[in-house]
Design a protein around this ligand. Sequence first.
Ligand code: NAP
Length: 224
Amino acid sequence: MRRILFLMFAALVMCASQVMADTLKISVIGAGNVGGTLGTLWTKAGHSVMFSSRHPEELADLVKRAGANARAGSVTDAAAWGDVIVLSVPYGAMPVLSEQLKGKLGGKVVFSTSNPFSGRDGDVGSKALEMGAALADQQYLPGVHLVRAFNAVGYASMKDESGKGKAIPVFADDAQAKDLGARLVRDAGFLPVIFPLARANEGLPRGPLSGLWNEAELKGRLAP
Ligand SMILES: NC(=O)c1ccc[n+]([C@@H]2O[C@H](COP(=O)([O-])OP(=O)(O)OC[C@H]3O[C@@H](n4cnc5c(N)ncnc54)[C@H](OP(=O)(O)O)[C@@H]3O)[C@@H](O)[C@H]2O)c1
């Protein structure tokens, strides 16, 4: 009898640790339209999320809506807390964030939805477009495992679920970034198709990979 009880206990512990392993701590820096929406989808998928911005005291309503797995914190808190850091800010914020996050993200996966635009982001946006968004990200955040996704998905279609089940390009090079990036995209309800980081500009709004929601069609664009 004791042996059976022990085996049942061991099985329970194994299940619990599997659940733990399946649950991520996701820090969302930039908790606006996109960051707030994705973070909420991820809490509903069972992950724990810390929302942050320059004004974390203004994020109480978002935290409440996202549920028990959500909290708010400063940018520095978020950088230290998450297993993965989601960056969802206007690209013009990158130089400031680069300084603020210096030495704090080394080795972590950074998942960016942040798009450079010349109009909105001025010189910072123009330079990033010219060199390529992924290369610019890596210059601002050296040493991270970078993944870029959701760059041409309107936040409204994430929120009202009209995009659910559609394929989107996910730009990453190393295994950790590919795995975690694909997982976060799936847990938000979309199908990931992995492309190399060098092609990240193609996934920007109005880029040649934007608006291709069909998995087979998107995969067909994998050949350079
Ligand atoms: N809107 C879309 O449908 C969509 C779709 C795909 C990709 N994108 C891209 O995703 C990014 C976010 O877009 P969004 O529409 O979610 O923008 P948004 O609603 O304006 O949200 C931006 C967030 O970034 C925060 N922020 C700004 N500067 C910051 C800084 N220096 N440090 C920390 N947080 C900062 C803002 O909060 P505080 O001002 O309180 O700091 C706010 O929470 C953009 O690059 C956008 O081009 C947008």
